[in-house]
Ligand binder design. Structure first.
Ligand SMILES: Cc1ncc(COP(=O)(O)O)c(C=O)c1O
Length: 380
């Protein structure tokens, strides 16, 4: 059998190795060293945000967002159910209630037209997820939110844009992931972004165990002490070294992914005629090719396709089990509506291998077309 094609695999170059060695040789192994500072500068510059702080995960950044918003027991937070558990857990950890809203059938992002109905006197925030690195309808969501703060779960959305603005820098707080499965990685890693001065200052304290240690290192106070709630949310400078190399290569990695994504899209367009759905990229969105998915015609068809691809050595997983139907979601949250679209698309979605160094995506194309009885795109 030909070589197995994994679903994802990080891109590693000599630059990552060089920076990692430099970090080790610098003997600054804890957080907030020279590499972390360089990552902060990169993010402020490329993501157009005055405050950017590395965290050890996007989960940590989401938990910081919940702390920054002072979420209290019984408060409600609107979010999609078609998301990773961390979006909801950050809220539930504060005793607040995730209120799940259905997604749009085209972008699979929170349906902006269903948000207003879910808002109550207890609504304290809206957590938006940019699925597959494609933006939610931010202008409409901002208009509906009014003074309710918006947190962007931009875990998958580094270098994606909405009307020219980088995702993560549009809402009040943005959270990014650099987990190994993302486009730009440090193994585990994340970042919190904000344009809000007060959030920016407080985030620095929450991230450093609730102390004003960062001010102390800048010489702004003569000793540091416990001043607020907090935890240890910062990554080691070793991981920041790995991340800096990735950030410096971010555009090249994204371009390589976009090319594969587009090849998939062009090859599978013909499947639309038999009812297989391809991703939608609204004209105001620039995406980063984080995920290429297909929506099969039924759950049974997805199971068959997954099994078929597995047999020929291609890993093609489904994605989220909707949170409203999970044990945790039932215990800590509630669904605001019927969740018809979420239930439907989560049963039919299949993700295809996509990573910068994927050289054999034509094999994936041919196998999928073969499954559907279509002519193969190219010879392998
Ligand atoms: C939408 C979303 N939010 C949050 C996370 C959590 O990211 P991390 O693993 O960096 O904590 C993920 C990771 O898959 C995600 O997809």
């Amino acid at each position: 059998m030909s070589e197995k094609i994994p679903f994802t695999s990080p891109s590693v170059s000599d630059l990552e190795k060089r920076y990692l060695l430099e970090a080790l040789e610098s003997r600054h192994l804890s957080g907030d060293g020279a590499f972390t500072k360089r990552c902060h500068l990169w993010m402020k510059d490329h993501l157009k945000t005055p405050h950017a702080l590395l965290t050890h995960s996007c989960t940590a950044a989401l938990e910081m967002a919940a702390l920054l918003l002072n979420l209290q027991p019984g408060d409600e937070v609107i979010m999609p159910s078609f998301t990773f558990v961390s979006t909801a857990n950050a809220v539930a950890l504060r005793g607040a209630i995730p209120v799940f809203v259905d997604v749009r059938p085209d972008t699979l992002n929170i349906d902006e037209n269903k948000i207003a109905k879910a808002i109550t006197a207890k609504t304290k925030a809206i957590f938006v997820v940019h699925y597959a690195g494609v933006s939610a309808e931010m202008d409409t969501i901002k208009r509906i939110a009014g003074s309710i703060p918006i947190v962007e779960d931009a875990a998958q959305a580094l270098l994606s844009k909405y009307k020219g603005q980088p995702l993560g820098s549009i809402g009040d707080i943005g959270c990014i992931s650099f987990h190994e499965t993302k486009n730009i990685v440090s193994g585990e890693g994340g970042a919190l972004l904000t344009r809000n001065e007060k959030f920016g200052q407080r985030a620095e304290i929450l991230r450093e165990k609730g102390t004003n240690r960062s001010q102390f290192f800048r010489g702004q106070v003569d000793k540091y002490t416990w001043v607020d709630l907090g935890s240890s949310y910062l990554p080691s400078d070793i991981l920041a070294a790995l991340l800096l190399a990735q950030l410096e290569r971010a555009q090249a990695i994204t371009t390589a992914r976009l090319e594969i994504w587009q090849n998939y899209f062009d090859a599978f367009k013909q499947l639309a005629a038999i009812g297989v759905t391809l991703p939608t990229i609204p004209p105001e969105c620039e995406h980063n090719a984080h995920i290429f998915y297909l929506l099969t015609r039924s759950l049974a068809e997805r199971t068959e396709l997954t099994t078929y691809l597995k047999e020929v050595g291609i890993q093609a997983p489904f994605h989220y089990v909707p949170l409203h139907s999970s044990p945790g979601g039932k215990r800590f949250g509630r669904a605001a509506d019927e969740m018809t679209v979420t239930n439907d698309i989560s049963d039919r979605l299949i993700r295809l291998p996509l990573f910068a160094d994927l050289t054999s995506h034509e094999r994936v194309i041919n196998r999928v077309l073969e499954f559907y009885g279509f002519q193969q795109a190219r010879r392998i």
